[in-house]
Design a protein around this ligand. Structure first.
Ligand code: G3P
Ligand code: MG
Length: 360
């Protein structure tokens, strides 16, 4: 039974105490499916905004393996799609944590993959990468590098003029799901097998490649949009790349860095973001360990482990919903969550009731 919404903001000398729980929400399959909002999300946000048995606002962040645009652009799009006024510090995308390592590559040429035209180049530059290049730049430089794709006028307009024979690329960052797997696999191979100089002869089969990191930001094999069956995600691209690398060289590429749920690095980054937000809500005061609310992660994807195993590994409570990749008809999930809920609204309701009964 939802109680009346909490009274409006009062002039307090100190901020309201934090509730006993906070949430981290996955996006695709929990809040939205492609362009469509999942109806239960509206009820969930109403409860988070104070219309709940505790009668208080409940803080939350969004943690997604999605991305492809800057956090501010995603905030605007999601706020409109979900009908809530999100803050940019509530949004952690697959590549957001690259902000914390961009300084290491600030002056080094890197290849960035994913998304349309050069949108991820702009995201990379906003993080501090000063020489971020796309596979479309390579095609503009030498169309014969991949003769099976002709640049559209829009793609050509997005390219930069670069001589890759004299521009050693120091790393590859897969910011988001590549749109042209064949082109991106070919150019990635060229970079990794030729000491970063595209067009140089490839290393001999069996030779150990130089340590040029290939950084993936999302391990999802599958994800859920409006289509009735889950779609292949960036993890499938990674596996396709490794299959080709193995066929060409005899082994998987060894210098792979994986970020995204459920990696510890991403959950550590998200935990920092969550605590910084809670501290900001508390007037900027650092939170003592005993003040930290219990974190509930609500996700939809148990099989490739991002939402459930990651949350469990981070010491968070995990709630698996049935509106995304997970289909109860397929039997129990590979990674056991704290709770399975029909949708995000029933997940929020269950967590609130659980905390209230624990407090009695
Ligand atoms: O590309 C997005 C997809 O991999 C899953 O996103 O929000 O379910 O973590 P999300
Ligand atoms: Mg999801």
């Amino acid at each position: 039974m939802a109680s009346a919404p909490s009274p409006g903001p009062r002039h307090r000398s100190s901020p309201a105490p934090l509730p006993p729980l906070v949430f981290t929400f996955d996006i695709d399959g929990v809040l939205i499916r492609g362009a469509q909002i999942i109806p239960a999300a509206r009820k969930a946000f109403d409860m988070l905004n104070g219309n709940n048995p505790m009668g208080v606002k409940i803080p939350y962040i969004l943690l997604t393996n999605g991305g492809g645009v800057g956090e501010e652009a995603r905030r605007l799009k999601l706020s409109k799609q979900l009908g809530v006024d999100l803050d940019v510090d509530q949004i952690v995308q697959a590549h957001t944590m690259l902000k914390s390592i961009a300084h290491k590559y600030a002056d080094k040429p890197v290849l960035v993959l994913g998304g349309r035209t050069d949108v991820v180049r702009k995201v990379a530059e906003s993080y501090g990468f000063k020489h971020a290049y796309t596979t479309l730049d390579v095609l503009a430089w030498k169309p014969e590098a991949w003769p099976f794709h002709e640049l559209t006028p829009e793609e050509r307009a997005s390219t930069q003029s670069v001589d890759f024979s004299t521009t050693p690329l120091s790393a590859i960052f897969v910011f988001h799901d590549p749109r042209n797997w064949s082109l991106d696999i070919q150019i990635s191979l060229d970079v990794l097998l030729s000491h970063g100089l595209i067009g140089n002869t490839h290393l001999l089969r069996g030779a150990s490649p130089p340590a040029i990191d290939m950084v993936f930001c999302n391990p999802d094999l599958l994800w859920k949009n409006e289509f009735p069956v889950p779609r292949l995600g960036q993890g499938a691209f990674r596996d396709a790349f490794q299959a080709v690398h193995t066929a060409v060289t005899g082994a998987k590429y060894p210098h792979v860095v994986q970020y995204g749920k459920p990696t510890r690095a991403t959950y550590a980054f998200a935990t920092r973001v969550l605590y910084d937000r809670l501290a900001a809500l508390q007037g900027g005061r650092a939170l003592a360990q005993e003040q930290l609310p219990r974190v509930y992660m609500v996700g939809d994807n148990p099989e490739s482990a991002p939402d459930i195993a990651g949350a469990n590994g981070a010491g968070w409570e995990s709630v698996l919903v049935e509106t995304g990749v997970y289909d109860p008809a397929e039997g129990p999930p590979a990674h056991v969550p704290t709770h399975i809920a029909t949708n995000v609204a029933s997940a929020v309701q269950w967590a609130i009731e659980r905390e209230m009964s624990a407090a009695q």
